[in-house]
Design a protein around this ligand. Structure first.
Ligand SMILES: Cc1cc2nc3c(=O)[nH]c(=O)nc-3n(C[C@H](O)[C@H](O)[C@H](O)COP(=O)(O)OP(=O)(O)OC[C@H]3O[C@@H](n4cnc5c(N)ncnc54)[C@H](O)[C@@H]3O)c2cc1C
Ligand code: FES
Ligand code: FES
Length: 468
């Protein structure tokens, strides 16, 4: 079956490209649209930003994504917009292009198409373009010459007027695509996915591709069989009850964020630091868990929040507390043909507080050295309950049982928080690598308890008010 999508408004049927060809290679080499640039080829610089559009709940949704990490079948059923699609004459520029020219937002111009597309997506959305939102929308784009002031100015100017959005034509997508000896499956139901995975147990599962995409973009691997989760209806569900919220494994960070913001604000702040909008628009929580990296940001939070995974295969469904999922370095409890269906997170009770802290060299777009996650239940001055987990401190994301035992029943004060520096060493024996030494990791993991104490006591807020 051919893949079909529109490219800058023109319908394309594609039937002869490798299913693991990156969208960036397709655009530049096949479609001859070289406005989209290659910088890093690993999702960091934003030079390859394009926009994918489709109707969501009857409304058009425009999302900036990195073309270097996507493979061509991920475009199936979508409207693809590249910088060439915004305007084809110098006289009639898109408002974003016009603003970039007027504010001198470009010099060598290499990064400019990527910035234009990130801003185009922002302008098409109904978000109010506050400075914080502009910062967030541009955090995935690097410019080495211009400096960000004029680019931010262009964003303010372009987003001051509302775009003219119309409902987009709905396109159908294929559930399988073959080329040469490579196969790409995009099942639409969980039963179909389980069948395909049982028949192809060596297949690579593909969520958003922000981890897996590196294999094709950087390592140039021609994966034989890929099963894409993004069209599986059951994996896209978000279900909320009085007690918990369940995210299907293929729900993206962008989709999950409004729910997480309401229920676990500190977790939401952490998520807004995962990659960039381009990454979060396609990256999934299921992919973060399935990737099983010891420095993935969501697993420590999910362990501390006592989340449960629903795992699914042709043999049926089973549930597993997430802390039992990670067996060893990048080794999980998934059986052959089994995949993550959903992640269920209990809501916080009245006396519970949740905080998470990400320690990395930069605030935006950086991989963590240490992630600390804490669910603390207070009974007056005493700690009645604690669930604690860290990332970056062991071969897997790991619960801190000694830390929990040291807190429960104790007074919740600064003195207790300061004693945790030595307790952390009972739970964790981290390694040194290029992100941090083991001594730094232990020190910072211990120190985070003081931050947690001050944070819950409102000291940080008080300090911020004084600083302003
Ligand atoms: C520039 C950049 C910045 C990043 N920043 C961060 C960061 O700050 N913090 C962080 O934690 N991560 C970060 N990442 C990593 C990545 O974005 C996340 O891990 C993301 O959640 C992966 O989701 P995905 O859907 O893109 O996964 P994919 O790449 O599609 O898949 C990742 C892995 O999970 C498996 N998988 C996918 N779905 C399932 C499923 N349903 N069941 C079982 N296995 C499955 C895949 O087979 C693969 O092994 C970054 C990546 C990039 C490129
Ligand atoms: S080329 Fe740098 S993000 Fe794609
Ligand atoms: S204008 Fe040169 S990299 Fe941005």
């Amino acid at each position: 079956m051919a893949l079909q999508f529109t490219l800058n408004g023109e319908m394309r049927q594609v039937s002869s490209v490798a299913p693991t060809m990156t969208v960036l290679d397709y655009l530049r080499e096949y479609a001859e649209l070289t406005g989209t640039k290659e910088g890093c080829a690993e999702g960091d610089c934003g030079a390859c930003t394009i926009v994918l559009a489709e109707n969501v709940d009857g409304k058009p949704s425009y999302q900036a994504v990195n073309a270097c990490l996507l493979v061509v079948p991920q475009l199936d059923g979508k409207h693809v917009i590249t910088v060439e699609g915004l305007s084809d004459t110098d006289e009639l520029l898109d408002p974003v292009q016009d603003a970039m020219v007027k504010t001198d937002g470009t010099q060598c111009g290499f990064c400019t198409p990527g910035f234009i597309m990130a801003l185009y997506a922002l302008r098409q959305s109904d978000e109010e373009a506050s400075d914080g939102v502009i910062h967030d929308a541009l955090a995935g784009n690097l410019c080495r010459c211009t400096g960000y002031r004029p680019i931010v100015e262009a964003a303010r100017e372009a987003c001051a007027s509302a775009p003219d959005n119309t409902v987009l034509e709905a396109l159908s997508a294929s559930s399988e695509y073959f080329e040469g000896d490579q196969s790409f499956y995009a099942p639409t139901s969980i039963a179909e996915m389980a069948d395909v995975f049982a028949a192809n147990p060596e297949a690579n599962l593909l969520g958003g591709g922000t981890d897996l995409g590196i294999l094709v973009s950087k390592e140039r691997e021609a994966l034989a069989t890929v099963i894409h989760t993004a069209h599986v209806a059951e994996l896209l569900e978000i279900e909320e009850t009085d007690k918990d919220i369940t995210f299907g494994a293929a729900v993206t960070y962008t989709e999950a964020l409004p729910f997480i913001e309401r229920l676990y604000p500190s977790f939401a702040t952490m998520i807004t630091r995962i990659g960039s909008r381009q990454i979060r628009n396609v990256g999934t929580i299921g992919g973060n868990v399935g990737n099983a990296s010891p420095i993935g940001d969501t697993p420590p939070c999910l362990i501390a929040l006592d989340a449960t995974l629903a795992l699914y295969s042709k043999a049926g469904e089973r549930e597993l507390p997430i802390e039992e999922f990670f067996l060893d370095y990048r080794k999980t409890d998934l059986k052959q043909g089994e995949f993550i269906k959903a992640i269920r997170i209990p809501k916080l009770s009245e006396n519970q507080e949740f905080r998470t802290y990400k320690i990395s060299k930069r605030y935006d777009q950086d991989i963590s050295a240490v992630i600390g996650a804490y669910r603390i239940e207070l009974d007056g001055e005493k700690v009645a309950g604690a669930r604690i987990a860290y990332g970056g401190m062991a071969a897997t994301p790991k619960r801190g049982v000694a830390c929990e035992a040291a807190l429960i029943g104790n007074s919740w004060d600064l003195a207790t928080a300061m004693t945790m520096l030595s307790v952390v060493q009972e739970d964790y024996q981290p390694i040194s690598d290029h992100r941090a030494t083991k001594e730094y990791r232990l020190q910072v993991a211990g120190n985070l308890f003081q931050r947690l104490y001050q944070d819950l006591a409102g000291v940080e807020e008080a300090l911020e008010v004084v600083a302003v």
